[in-house]
Design a protein around this ligand. Sequence first.
Ligand SMILES: *[C@@H]1O[C@H](CO)[C@@H](O)[C@H](O)[C@H]1NC(C)=O
Ligand SMILES: *[C@@H]1O[C@H](CO)[C@@H](O)[C@H](O)[C@H]1NC(C)=O
Ligand SMILES: *[C@@H]1O[C@H](CO)[C@@H](O)[C@H](O)[C@H]1NC(C)=O
Ligand SMILES: *[C@@H]1O[C@H](CO)[C@@H](O)[C@H](O)[C@H]1NC(C)=O
Ligand SMILES: *[C@@H]1O[C@H](CO)[C@@H](O)[C@H](O)[C@H]1NC(C)=O
Length: 479
Amino acid sequence: MLSLFRSLALLVAALAAIARAVHPVEVRGQDFVDTVTNKRLMIIGVDYQPGGQAGYKPDSKQDALSNGTVCLRDAALLQRLGVNTIRVYNVDPSINHDDCASIFNAVGIYMIIDVNSPLEGESLNRASPSSSYNSAYLTRIFGIVENFKGYPNTLAFFAANEVMNDVGTSKENPPYIRAVQRDLKNYIAKHSTRTIPVGYSAADVRPILEDTWAYFQCAIDGKDDDPTRSDFFGLNSYSWCGGDATYQSAGYDILAAMFSNSTIPVFFSEYGCNKPEGVARVFNEVAALYGKNMTALSGGLVYEYSQEESDFGLATINENTTVSLKKDFDNLQSQYNKLDIKLIQSTNAAATQAKPPKCEESLISDSGFSKNFTIPSPPDGADDLVKNGIKNPTQGKLVEVKQTNVPMAAYGSTGVQIQNLAIKPLQNDESNTPGGETTSPSGTASPSPSPSKKGAAGRAGVGIWGVTVAVLAVVLATL
Ligand SMILES: *[C@@H]1O[C@H](CO)[C@@H](O)[C@H](O)[C@H]1NC(C)=O
Ligand SMILES: *[C@@H]1O[C@H](CO)[C@@H](O)[C@H](O)[C@H]1NC(C)=O
Ligand SMILES: *[C@@H]1O[C@H](CO)[C@@H](O)[C@H](O)[C@H]1NC(C)=O
Ligand SMILES: *[C@@H]1O[C@H](CO)[C@@H](O)[C@H](O)[C@H]1NC(C)=O
Ligand SMILES: *[C@@H]1O[C@H](CO)[C@@H](O)[C@H](O)[C@H]1NC(C)=O
């Protein structure tokens, strides 16, 4: 009896010890593709910045991926929601992100990382790109590459976000963004064991949107390996507002046509208009975005996980560190549950086979957008940084995920506590998919929870993985 238990326990321990990792993803033409299964990766994602911009506190070594307990809580909820990708805006290159990256990896969630931050010197200054493009800035963004290149679930890097936000800012900035992309891609080629795509996240400013995409997808001198070119294009799209909007009224037909012959993946790097105010979003656009009309696009990321001042949250993070889902979360989950995952993962038969167009002034309209394809040379010191690497980088790596149960409580949209909240590490190395479930429990919460129930959440929710970890601990202790 004991020996049977021991061999079972050892088997479980052996299985648990295998470092599970999502498959690396690469760009092939218009699509993101899983390099092992060759299935298309359609981004089913959520933008993740708990605390908003203020959650980025490099002075106290805190950012959105610095606290494993917080990530465990949010990964458990995002896994149930059905997402396969998060976008994280402001991270610090000197912080250890191993716990958070490993937790998201374990549940099959990729990360798209912005290399910039709103702090002075940590992004291009749209009013003065030439003065902000310097080796101190490059050291920061190369630090982000060093920090995240070792995680298999790092899907991509955003070199810049909404630098062009009107016609005026589209005159001088575009060549500088291509320069930053070049420097990042050269650094990755020299210092990473796998290639990680680099691209731009654009504001939906209509006079310049198509020019922005045309400017970044083209290849200078027609060279496929031109490092200044974007590997993908993100669009922050808020044109679908309210439950009555349609494919046509939201202008999705125009977007589908605009990007139909894109030679790089295009996706919504933010979406989820919050108008009309005061009502939960119904997310009807999900059916359109992942439907047959829009297979040229690679999905999108809903703005955003947590409720912040801007009022776009799917969930509210309470002061006592518990989370309360909003009705928006339920609505998005039910939309995700209706998706045809087979269609989504199948080859994009309509994808263009065209090579990237050669950069020429004629690709750009007369909107005022830059037609200048002379890209600035790297600033002083940059060649050395790219050649020899930055000094003393913090390099992340996957670590064992020991805890699976979420220690704090989370509540559904009606206030009822979600039972057994835990992450469920995936066993097949693939990415997370919608599970057909509803996370918010039915019913309504009792109006005043008795104070003696405080802390009960910490003991609740011992799932199968909790048992496995407990068994593993026992085995290790007895060996
Ligand atoms: C992580 O977050 C939890 C919940 O907010 C908090 O209790 C804990 O102190 C944090 N850990 C660190 C190291 O900051
Ligand atoms: C994309 O298609 C449009 C119209 O369908 C066409 O005008 C444009 O030249 C095409 N662009 C490329 C790069 O093939
Ligand atoms: C697809 O396009 C057609 C024609 O433009 C439109 O009527 C339909 O609603 C679209 N389908 C979805 C799911 O948006
Ligand atoms: C194009 O940009 C380069 C720097 O990238 C600059 O030196 C040059 O003057 C610009 N050309 C025009 C016509 O603005
Ligand atoms: C935490 O705060 C929320 C919101 O104020 C409250 O509903 C919940 O009961 C609290 N939970 C615990 C365990 O203190």
